[in-house]
Design a binder for this molecule. Sequence first.
Ligand code: MD6
Ligand code: FE
Length: 219
Amino acid sequence: MSTFDLFDADADPAANAPLVLEPGASVLRGFALARVGTLRRDLDAVIAAAPLRHLVTPGGKTMSVAMTNCGALGWFSDRSGYRYTGCDPLSDRPWPAMPASFRALAVSAASRAGFEGFAPDACLVNRYVPGARLTLHQDRDERQLGQPIVSVSLGLPAVFLWGGAQRGDRTRRVPLSHGDVVVWGGPARLRFHGVMPLAEGEHAFMGACRINLTFRCAG
Ligand code: MD6
Ligand code: FE
């Protein structure tokens, strides 16, 4: 890439060429920025219908990240395991519908990263406050491992850990900011990954937290 390319891309972050972490995994810097107003409004409605809560892992630990879902399926964890459910176990009602703004963003980000025809049926909402973290894990509870995952970062910056096929493989630190979108699938779909403890801070638009939306085809 020439110096001129870099200057051009900086003028319009959404036009940036994807940063390729490895084949199948890329970071689209600022891809969601133009839509954050609508995303925030729709997010507030989802959280009002299905409140954020701290799930318990099968091992009995309470997660530091608070979670909820929208879409036909939602990710859930308790002492009996990880799974997708059609209803929110807190209310026994279906998860809130996936807002059209969420779906449109996820489909266009997937397409920008080279995955046409992404059909997400699940959106996991993660809220991190300072100190909250996500330990290294693989996303493998989805039935359609042929479809990518689209991950949208809002609010405070975080350091994403990008690992390998084995838990013990060395990890690369990838800073993620408000509006960044990560897309991964294909050969990278089962990579270990995590999020370092969130640093203290106050984000002008989202407050003292980071929200991550991950879109999957789970059913
Ligand atoms: C997060 N994300 O960024 C946590 N998983 O808060 C994930 O665990 C994740 O970003 C699968 C695919 C993309 C992700
Ligand atoms: Fe994950």
